[in-house]
Design a protein around this ligand. Structure first.
Ligand code: ZN
Ligand code: ZN
Length: 318
């Protein structure tokens, strides 16, 4: 239990005031508008500019705070960070930044730049969408809108065009490099599933083997009913594959294939399920990466940052 801080005293007195105040003198409050507090972190001090924590951890932090916990932990883009309510700081190793709790109605006074490292402005119009992608003709995975023309595609589909120095396929407008350099987003659901129609296309590519329901294959099938992710390593962190690529890998894996070939952003990749690696063919220099198939429930064991090179994962740990 931490020592009574100013905040705690305030909370106690608010509580006392609430229980001792006669109902007739209590200001009538609309029950549908509960008080909401937003947790912010500085960069590293609040005066240097600040960001809101990702919506996925706001209630986790608030709950720990209201339950008088000393601290709580979150996964912040693959990094384990500890929030201390004593020192009102958020740290990972020697990296420390200031944190603050503000009432939602006072948020505009905090000079907040955005949410979880993504600025408010650059993420405008990037929300999850059911729109089809005009490159792969399926539901957009990690929908990415080109700011200048407004056309929107899957992240890996439009990145393929960018890598091949092709323009926007709809209007031939330029693709800004800023979309592809260390992208951070907060509006994408990590748990997004591969669309059904793509899943069907994908399984149609395989011939049904004769020994479908026997041996290892059937036990893998049973196990596969649990949610699994395919992840790859990049610069000391892990990213989930684009769900379409993931679906493709999973299908090959369940068919007991030793390897498979995958096109990622126009590069032909060889995936080896025995060595747990992915590498480019002899014609390109894409380096070998470690890959893994993990149960969704084990994802907290890995420094996972997002999907397909797009960072957005922030989640509660404890
Ligand atoms: Zn696409
Ligand atoms: Zn366009």
């Amino acid at each position: 239990m931490r020592e009574a801080s100013g905040n705690e005293r305030t909370r106690t007195s608010i509580w006392l005031a609430t229980v001792t105040m006669a109902p007739s003198t209590r200001r009538v409050k609309r029950p549908d508008v509960p008080d909401r507090f937003v947790w912010l972190y500085g960069n590293p001090k609040m005066r240097d500019g600040c960001y809101e924590y990702h919506p996925a951890v706001q209630s986790h932090i608030e709950e720990a705070y209201l339950n008088d916990k000393d601290k709580c932990m979150i996964n912040f883009h693959g990094e384990k960070r500890t929030l201390s309510f004593d020192s009102m700081s958020d740290s990972s190793g020697s990296d420390k930044r200031q944190i603050k709790r503000v009432h939602s109605t006072k948020l505009h006074m905090s000079k907040c730049k955005g949410i979880s490292g993504a600025s408010y402005v650059s993420t405008k119009g990037y929300q999850q969408t059911d729109e089809k992608c005009n490159i792969c003709f399926h539901k957009q995975m990690v929908p990415t809108r080109i700011p200048a023309c407004g056309h929107s595609f899957c992240y890996t589909c439009i990145k393929t065009n960018f890598k091949k120095r092709l323009p926007c396929p709809m209007c031939r407008g330029d693709l800004p490099i800023s979309l592809f350099v260390n992208p951070i987003r907060y509006d994408v659901d990590f748990d997004v599933e591969c669309p059904e129609e793509f899943a069907e296309d994908c399984s149609a590519m395989f011939k049904k083997p004769d020994n479908e329901e026997v041996g290892e294959s059937s036990s893998k099938r049973k196990e596969s009913k649990l949610r699994h992710y395919w992840i790859y390593e990049a610069r000391g962190f892990w990213y989930r594959y684009d769900p379409k690529h993931e679906k493709y890998l999973e299908e090959h894996f369940l068919r007991n294939k030793p390897s498979c070939t995958l096109f990622i952003c126009g590069i032909k990749m060889q995936v080896d399920f025995k060595k747990h690696t992915q590498k480019g063919d002899e014609w390109n220099a894409a380096r070998e990466r470690k890959i893994k198939r993990i149960a969704a429930s084990d994802m907290h064991k890995f420094k996972i940052r997002g999907i397909a090179g797009v960072s957005f994962l922030v989640q509660p740990i404890s």
